[in-house]
Ligand binder design. Structure first.
Ligand SMILES: [Zn+2]
Length: 78
């Protein structure tokens, strides 16, 4: 049985949404196979999956859809 390297919790195979953030760029990749810790929520990707995710970040593929993401500024609220 695999364990989380961070907290020693139980790790489960799941499909997750990967989020990538870099300066003004923000993208999501859905249905990514990962192992997720049921205790701390840490997501672990295999080296192959990590390589593939970096390809998405390089704008190599056409997105399946585009969503609007509202941006708030915590310093500016009544
Ligand atoms: Zn954990």
């Amino acid at each position: 049985m695999k364990k989380c390297v961070f907290c020693g919790g139980h790790v489960e195979k799941k499909m997750v949404t990967f989020t990538y953030e870099d300066e003004d760029k923000y993208l999501l990749v859905e249905h990514v196979p990962a192992e997720v810790c049921t205790r701390c929520g840490e997501k672990i990707y295999s080296p192959k999956v990590t390589d593939d995710l970096l390809e998405f970040a390089k704008d190599k593929f056409k997105p399946v859809k585009t969503i609007k993401v509202p941006v708030f500024d915590f310093a500016i609220h009544p």
